[in-house]
Design a protein around this ligand. Structure first.
Ligand code: C2O
Ligand code: CU
Length: 464
C-alpha cells in the first residue's frame, strides 16, 4: 500500500513538485470576504445627494462574483449590518446547506459575525446573489450582486456585459431609501415599486460600442416587485438562455420580453445602429418607452455581421424521464387586495382576514400563510414532480424554486425551457415539471419580496 510519503516520492518529477505547493497554499488561504455593511453611494443623478445603502463590499450592486463552470464559489460572508442576514445564490443548483435561506437552511448570521459559504458552480450561466433574510427590506436597500459562471469554452462574442435592473424607492428631497418596507398597501397589492430605476446602480447607464460588434447581454431583474418589459433598438439578436439555462436553439429576439423579479435572460445582440447613432435597450412602461441602457456607436468592429450563433452548451440538467408517472402537486395562490380570501391558517391556527391583516399577512398557498412546519411536498430523490400552479389573485407573481430548475408545460404538454422563476399573470394556471435531483429543504416563494414577507413562502423537501 502507498503511504502519503511513498506516493510523493514515487511519483516524483516536475509535475508533482509543481502541484504540491499550490495544494498547500489553497488549503491555507481563507476564502475572500464578502462584507455587508451600510455606506453611501451616488445612486441618484449627480445633482442629488449620496444615498445610504446596505450593500456588499462598498458597491451597489455588489461586486461581480465570477467563476469557471465546475469551480467552487467560496466566500466568507461578514455581517457588519445592524440586522442579521444571509446570502442566497439565486439559481445555482448547489448544496442545500449553502443555499443561504435564513430559517430553513441556516440561522441568519447576527451582526458582527460571519459565515463561510463554499458551493459548487455546476451550471454555466447568469445568476445573482442577494440577502435571504428580511429580503423585502434588505434587497431593497441594495444587498445583491451579479454571479456569473463562465463556460469552459468562451462563446464567440466581442463583449460580455451584465446589466442588473433595479428600481428603488427614494425620497426625492433627501435622496434616501424610504423605510416603509412593511407598508400594508405594498404587501397586499403589487409589492414595493420604486420611483428610481437603475441599470448596474446608475441612472443613465452607457456603454460605447462599435458597429457589428456582438454583445452578450446578461440581464437580471433584481427589483423587489417591478416587472421589466424590454425591447431593443439598433440591436438585433437572439435569446440564448433563460434563468441561466441555455435554450436548445437560439430564439430570435421577440418584439418585447418581460422579466419578473429574480428572472434573467442572456441575449446575443449585434450592433446594427450606424456609427454616430445610439443602440438602446429600453423598457416599456404603461405603453411608453424609456431608455434602460444606451450604447453609443463609434467605429466598426468588422465590415459585416457575424453569422447566427451556435447555441450555448447545455448544462448537465436531469431529463424528465418518468414524467408520465410524476408525483402530482398543486399550488393555489390566494389573497391580496380584491382577492376572495376570507380565512387561512397562519402559525398553525385558522385566522380570519382581519386578524391576518393586523399581522401584515395577506396571501396564502393552499390556504396556508407563510412558512409551515411541514413542507408543501416531500419528494424522494430522483422523483419527477408535476405541479399545477394556480394564480387565483388579481396580481402577477414570480414563483421561485430553489435548488432545481423546472420546465413549464405548453398547452399541448410540451415541456418549455428550463427556468427557476415562473412569472404568472392574474388568473393564470401553469403546469411545471421538475426532477427532484437535489436533496434538502428548498424554499419556494414569490420573488415579489413583499409578497414573500406577507404569506407567499413555502418549501419543498427532497429526501435522499
Ligand atoms: Cu432570489 Cu429565495 O430567492
Ligand atoms: Cu407575488
Amino acid at each position: 500500500m502507498l503511504s502519503r510519503r511513498s506516493f510523493i516520492r514515487a511519483s516524483g518529477g516536475a509535475a508533482a513538485m509543481a502541484a504540491l505547493p499550490a495544494t498547500v497554499a489553497r488549503a491555507k488561504a481563507a476564502a475572500p470576504e464578502l462584507v455587508a455593511r451600510e455606506y453611501a453611494v451616488q445612486l441618484l443623478p449627480p445633482d442629488y445627494p449620496e444615498t445610504s445603502v446596505w450593500g456588499y463590499d462598498g458597491q451597489a450592486p455588489g461586486p461581480e462574483i465570477r467563476v469557471m463552470q465546475g469551480d467552487r464559489i467560496a466566500r466568507r460572508f461578514v455581517n457588519r449590518l445592524p440586522q442579521a442576514s444571509s446570502v442566497h445564490w439565486h439559481g445555482l443548483r448547489a448544496e442545500n446547506a449553502m443555499d443561504g435561506v435564513s430559517g430553513l437552511t441556516q440561522d441568519a448570521v447576527p451582526p458582527g459575525e460571519s459565515f463561510d459559504y463554499d458551493l459548487a458552480a455546476e451550471d454555466a450561466g447568469t445568476f445573482w446573489y442577494h440577502s435571504h433574510n428580511r429580503s423585502a427590506e434588505q434587497v431593497a436597500r441594495g444587498l445583491y450582486g451579479p454571479l456569473i459562471v463562465d463556460e469552459p469554452t468562451p462563446p464567440d462574442v466581442d463583449r460580455d456585459v451584465t446589466l442588473m435592473l433595479d428600481d428603488w424607492r427614494v425620497d426625492p428631497k433627501t435622496g434616501q431609501i424610504t423605510q416603509d418596507f412593511d407598508a400594508p398597501h405594498d404587501l397586499s397589492h403589487g409589492g414595493r415599486l420604486g420611483n428610481f430605476i437603475s441599470t448596474n446602480g446608475e441612472a443613465a447607464y452607457q456603454l460605447p460600442v462599435r458597429r457589428n460588434e456582438r454583445l452578450r447581454l446578461r440581464i437580471v431583474n433584481a427589483a423587489n416587485a417591478r416587472l421589466f418589459t424590454l425591447g431593443i433598438q439598433g440591436l438585433d439578436g437572439w435569446l440564448m438562455a433563460y434563468d441561466g439555462m441555455p435554450v436548445t436553439s437560439p430564439e430570435p429576439m421577440p418584439e418585447t420580453l418581460t422579466l419578473g423579479p429574480g428572472q434573467r435572460v442572456d441575449l446575443f445582440v449585434d450592433v446594427i445602429a450606424e456609427e454616430g447613432e445610439e443602440a438602446l435597450l429600453g423598457r416599456i412602461d404603461q405603453s411608453k418607452g424609456y431608455v434602460q441602457a444606451a450604447f453609443p456607436v463609434s467605429g466598426r468592429a468588422s465590415a459585416n455581421r457575424r453569422p447566427a450563433p451556435a447555441p450555448l452548451p447545455r448544462n448537465r440538467t436531469p431529463d424528465l424521464a418518468g414524467l408520465a408517472d410524476a408525483a402530482t402537486l398543486r399550488l393555489e395562490m390566494s389573497g391580496g387586495a380584491m382577492g376572495s380570501m376570507r380565512e387561512a391558517i397562519w402559525k398553525g391556527s385558522s385566522r380570519n382576514a382581519d386578524e391576518l391583516m393586523e399581522n401584515g399577512q395577506f396571501w396564502a398557498f393552499n390556504g396556508l400563510v407563510g412558512m409551515t412546519e411541514t413542507p408543501l411536498a416531500r419528494l424522494s430523490l430522483g422523483q419527477v414532480a408535476r405541479m399545477t400552479v394556480v394564480n387565483d389573485t388579481v396580481f402577477p407573481h414570480a414563483m421561485h424554486l430553489h435548488g432545481m430548475h423546472f420546465r413549464v408545460l405548453a398547452q399541448d404538454g410540451t415541456p418549455g425551457p428550463l427556468r427557476d422563476t415562473l412569472l404568472t399573470a392574474r388568473g393564470e394556471t401553469h403546469e411545471i415539471v421538475f426532477a427532484a435531483d437535489n436533496p434538502g429543504r428548498w424554499a419556494f416563494h414569490c420573488h415579489m419580496l413583499s409578497h414573500a414577507a406577507s404569506g407567499m413562502m413555502t418549501w419543498i423537501e427532497v429526501t435522499a
